[in-house]
Design a protein around this ligand. Structure first.
Ligand code: COA
Length: 258
């Protein structure tokens, strides 16, 4: 179905594997278009409850945007490239269904930006994170200057971006860029076990929690207002009635996403 992505849906978890291992899974135009399309599928397919994004091969999550496609671009074309990239990654960030990055090696440039657009990140011990665009006379353009500051703070983010230094998985853990560091062979298992728990919760509540947390970083919104509206919205759902009744009746809730 996709040229550059492998997808598999198991137990309501969609695993998306970026599949250009010979190019360390660099994000070319096709990958970006297909990521946008697969996110449409995530939004619309009721069978998908949560998502894992990872890279093919043992070496790399994603080693950046495909540098070969940068050659000869004009200012206007470069601007459009960043606009389109940001739009696609925003679709991931604003997904009502949780998206976890399983970072299995290099997460550089657009790869680090992709991981940061996900709701949280799990790294394998061999992961390396960085925004090395200044080596190319560039800066991050798919949201990296914003999300890196949000996740690790301005001082560390600016140092990483202007030095192009890479950090290892344990430093990423210490910085709060990733939630866990696990052995490479345990990476997908760890992501799956967390999402299996999340998938037992009320889907609308999960979506509203993501929307409210995202509002912290959206200057056009007041996060507290978004939270109030989201909290109120949940009272109109069957799942909220089921969840509270189940607690009071001392039984396990069965949620329907309604
Ligand atoms: N864009 C396009 N191709 C890329 C790429 C990228 N971002 N990253 C790696 N590749 C390609 C290499 O050109 C090479 O292709 P080839 O075999 O046809 O020559 C292949 O992937 C393997 O990469 P290679 O550089 O040989 O592997 P390495 O182990 O020596 O080095 C990296 C790994 C990640 C350090 C190195 O590939 C690198 O620095 N990549 C670019 C990182 C970057 O600047 N990202 C930000 C882009 S905005």
């Amino acid at each position: 179905m996709y040229q550059t992505l492998l997808t598999s849906l198991e137990n309501n978890i969609l695993t998306i594997t970026i599949n250009r291992p010979d190019k360390l899974n660099a994000l070319n135009k096709t990958v970006m278009q297909e990521l946008s399309s697969v996110m449409d599928e995530v939004y619309n397919n009721e069978e998908i409850r949560s998502v894992i994004i990872t890279g093919a091969g043992a070496k790399s999550f994603v080693a950046g945007a495909d540098i070969s496609e940068f050659v000869g671009l004009s200012v206007v074309e470069g601007t459009t490239l960043a606009e389109d990239g940001q739009k696609t990654f925003k679709k991931i960030e604003e997904s009502p269904k949780p998206v976890v990055a399983a970072v299995n090696g290099f997460a550089l440039g657009g790869g680090c930006e992709l991981a940061m657009a996900c709701h949280f990140r799990i790294a394998s011990t061999n992961a390396k994170f960085g925004q090395p665009e200044v080596n190319l006379g560039l800066i991050p353009g798919y949201g990296g200057t914003q999300r890196l500051v949000q996740l690790i703070g301005k001082g560390r983010a600016i140092e990483m971006i202007i030095s192009a230094n890479l950090i290892d998985a344990n430093t990423a853990l210490q910085y709060g860029l990733v939630n866990y560091v696990v052995a490479p062979e345990e990476l997908l298992e760890k992501a799956t076990s967390i999402l299996s728990v999340v998938n037992t919760k009320a889907p609308i509540a999960v979506a509203k929690a993501i929307e409210s947390a995202n509002a912290v970083f959206n200057e056009t919104k007041n996060g507290y207002d978004v939270e109030v509206k989201s909290f109120g919205h949940c009272f109109g759902t069957e799942d909220m009635k089921e969840g509270t009744s189940a607690f009071l009746e001392k039984r396990k809730a069965s949620f329907k996403g309604k």
